[in-house]
Design a protein around this ligand. Structure first.
Ligand SMILES: Nc1nc2c(c(=O)[nH]1)N[C@H]1C(S)=C(S)[C@@H](COP(=O)(O)OP(=O)(O)OC[C@H]3O[C@@H](n4cnc5c(=O)[nH]c(N)nc54)[C@H](O)[C@@H]3O)O[C@H]1N2
Ligand SMILES: Nc1nc2c(c(=O)[nH]1)N[C@H]1C(S)=C(S)[C@@H](COP(=O)(O)OP(=O)(O)OC[C@H]3O[C@@H](n4cnc5c(=O)[nH]c(N)nc54)[C@H](O)[C@@H]3O)O[C@H]1N2
Ligand SMILES: [Mo]
Length: 659
């Protein structure tokens, strides 16, 4: 028996360090690494499921080609020749922009980023910009702070007030809970602001059940109360903040009554929250990504950031507004990044608008699509339109471990290695600050090529002379060159130690901000230039069609990372709604109903659940088409900044319900 240190590559805050036990060339057990400061010996069911996925009977380990009779196995020679022939054909006829690559964060290992490099070396193809994930908030943070740094979770120990703003660690960041418990034991008050009474509420002293998409209203109301009561910090503002007066003047035009009524939080409660946050300090805000998946998402995050700025909580231990934790990624500067210079013909579209773009762009049209580390046929909004777009693209290649809903649409399927079959470096930008080395524990199935080798071969076959023709280990070393220099360590050292940048526990503690003014920017000229307002504002909401009276929240399941662990889940998707909503629409617990939005219909099973607010229906995102995909209902609008998909601005009605 031998043990290997591996790392969970899922798109997750925690990025756990795992120990894989191998016997007779097979992984027999996966556990949390006790020696890792974040994982501390425990992992969730999704981490343990890597073992199930590794040996799952449905995992595909050979290339496949679709024929009129269905799928058949193919050799790499045949599959790659077919792909190369198609690429030559489309490039000669329409140019490189007729090729498109689509990826996401289905696997966060560095070796698989070669796909971007390959398409850049081709001269640039059609690809996406913006995100399905966190884009509005990420852009807002950049306008305000000039960077996207987060506090170390240990720093929560120094906080007296903690606000978990639209964040649900009990379901998706389990190792953070321990820090919350420590902070509370240390005397901090922990407050949750979320429309749903999530499991996280059990770890908090107070739950504020805000109306959906009104976080900007609450944050502005709190700021107004703080300024009226002189609870803000004029000295800090004078030294570090640009635009306070303009924002204060704007807040004067908003009535507290209107703000309170819209967000559904009483004026008394708003005053209490404002006083607690501004006076019982240091105060930390940890924000999630749910509240920026609305048309006004960027402005909501900017209004929350402003609370930290006007009270002087930025750069302070126990304070901060933590949204992301981008530290390692800034220092990754290798052949992948350098290849961007080659992508002179690169053309982009907003990711959420995939379907519209593919259906309408004719100059040239996209003829070939290459999907890796993603499952857009379940995850993109407005999936009926996405299906039309897929149907129209002549030739599609999907790389995955399983025959997903997206892979079903492909002409060629290429298999992928599991994390246990790779030597790999993993890092993420959400929470865990470490760069971690993941050791190969077992060999991939016989004859199977990993992504790195597939793209290396494709590059040779396409005659890409400058594409780095080096072994995978050498490539990883090149990717890490700048980081090693910054940290003054060798590449071999990176393999043996988890690495983090040193200045991360309390970001901005030197009060140096990489904004154009060098200050924290409540008003941002950059935001204005990009077409947004200079400071956070309440956006005019056009109101929604009253024929669709229920808001649909498609948030996360604790049991699956996006669609990945719904593969073996069958039966109808569960729709959660409150007892009052159920009574109002005459639906019963356990019954079936059909939901309808402007985009489509979905059959679901009802679960009456008191954690859900009135007139809201929650269906977890990620269900496969064999159950019913929730994105049949969602719209493809994008947010006010960052070109983020505004999934939660979706409204539905119940068109049929039966026992
Ligand atoms: N278990 C699990 N973990 C995951 C994932 C998963 O699918 N499953 N996905 C991973 C990925 S890709 C991401 S991006 C992250 C996402 O992490 P988050 O975006 O933080 O997760 P969500 O559960 O979508 O949303 C967080 C909370 O926002 C709340 N929310 C929704 N609307 C509003 C609002 O208007 N105001 C406020 N204040 N709160 C609101 C929701 O009720 C929810 O409790 O999680 C990662 N981790
Ligand atoms: N309605 C609704 N929709 C949403 C969201 C929402 O909140 N509501 N959230 C959005 C968010 S935040 C995100 S990030 C996106 C996520 O969208 P995606 O990243 O497209 O979703 P996943 O389901 O994680 O799909 C990842 C795929 O990668 C595959 N994979 C795993 N490892 C590898 C590998 O090594 N190589 C290759 N080639 N493939 C691999 C997995 O098997 C899986 O099929 O979904 C978005 N969709
Ligand atoms: Mo995400």
């Amino acid at each position: 028996m031998k043990q290997f240190k591996t790392v969970c590559p899922l798109d997750c805050f925690d990025v756990c360090s795992m120990i894989a036990t191998v016997e007779d060339g097979k992984v027999i057990k996966v556990q949390g690494n006790k020696d890792n400061p974040i994982t501390k010996g425990y992992i969730c069911s999704k981490g343990r499921a890597h073992l199930d996925r590794l040996y799952h009977p449905d995992r595909i380990t050979k290339p496949m080609i679709k024929t009129t009779e269905g799928w058949r196995e193919a050799s790499y020679g045949e599959a790659l020749n077919l792909i190369v022939d198609k690429m030559h054909h489309y490039i000669q006829t329409y140019g490189t922009q007729s090729l498109s690559n689509y990826n996401d964060c289905g696997y966060s290992g560095m070796s698989k980023s070669v796909e971007d490099m390959f398409f850049n070396h081709l001269g640039g193809v059609t690809t996406y910009r913006g995100t399905l994930c966190w884009g509005a908030g990420a852009q807002a943070t950049l306008y305000d702070f000039g960077d996207r740094k987060g506090h170390a979770p240990e720093d929560l120990m120094h906080a007296k007030t903690v606000i978990l703003w639209g964040r649900n660690p009990a379901d998706n960041n389990i190792h953070f809970l321990e820090h919350l418990k420590h902070a509370r034991n240390n005397g901090a008050k922990v407050i949750l602001i979320d429309p749903i009474k999530t499991k996280t509420a059990q770890f908090c002293d107070q739950h504020v059940q805000i109306n959906c998409s009104t976080d900007g209203h609450l944050a502005m109301a709190m700021a107004k109360v703080m300024i009226n009561n002189k609870w803000h910090d004029p000295e800090f503002i004078e030294a570090n903040v640009l635009g306070f007066n303009a924002y204060a003047t704007y807040l004067q035009t908003l009535s507290l009554e209107m703000l309170s009524e819209t967000c559904g939080v009483s004026i008394e409660m708003i005053k209490e929250l404002a006083e607690r946050y501004a006076c019982q300090t240091p105060s930390a805000i940890w924000a999630g990504y749910g509240m920026q998946r609305y048309a006004n998402g960027g402005n909501s995050i900017r209004a929350i950031d402003a609370l930290g700025m006007i009270t002087g909580m930025i750069g302070k231990s126990g304070g901060g507004v933590t949204y992301t934790h981008k530290s390692i990624s800034k220092w990754i500067e290798g052949p992948v990044e350098a290849s961007e210079q080659k992508a002179i013909y690169k053309r982009t579209y907003p990711k959420a608008k995939f379907a519209d773009y593919m259906l309408n762009e004719k100059n040239p049209p996209v003829k070939m699509l290459f999907v890796t580390r993603a499952n857009p046929m379940t995850q993109l909004p407005d999936i009926n339109k996405v299906k039309e777009a897929f149907d129209q693209i002549e030739f599609k290649v999907v790389m995955d471990l399983f025959m997903t809903d997206t892979a079903q649409e492909a002409d060629v399927f290429l298999p992928s290695t599991s994390i246990f079959e790779e030597n790999e470096f993993i890092y993420s930008s959400m929470y865990n600050p470490y760069l971690q080395y993941s050791e190969k524990a077992v060999e991939p199935p016989k004859g199977m090529l990993n992504e790195y080798e597939v793209f290396r071969r494709l590059a040779k076959m396409m005659g890409l002379k400058e594409y780095p023709d080096v072994e995978q280990d050498q490539f990883l070393k090149m990717q890490l060159g700048s980081l090693c220099e910054k940290l003054n360590v060798s590449y071999e050292y990176c393999k043996k130690h988890d690495l983090a940048l040193k200045d991360i526990a309390v970001p901005y503690k030197d009060f140096v901000f990489e904004t154009p003014s060098g200050k924290l920017e409540i008003v941002s000229e950059k935001a204005k230039q990009a077409g947004a307002s200079t400071h956070a504002v309440l956006l005019e909401t056009t109101g929604h069609d009253p024929t669709y009276p229920l808001r649909l929240l498609t948030i996360r399941s604790p049991k699956s990372t996006n669609s990945q662990h719904f593969r073996d889940v069958h039966g109808l998707p569960t729709a959660y709604l409150s007892g009052k909503t159920a009574t109002c629409y005459s639906v019963q617990d356990g019954s079936q109903m059909i939901l309808e939005s402007e985009k489509g219909q979905l059959k679901v099973r009802v679960e009456v659940n008191q954690t859900i607010p009135l007139n809201v229906i929650k269906v977890n995102q990620g269900w496969w088409h064999h159950s019913g995909c929730v994105n049949k209902l969602t719209g493809d609008s994008v947010t006010d900044m960052g070109e983020q998909a505004a999934y939660y601005d979706t409204f539905v009605r119940i068109v049929e319900s039966k026992e």
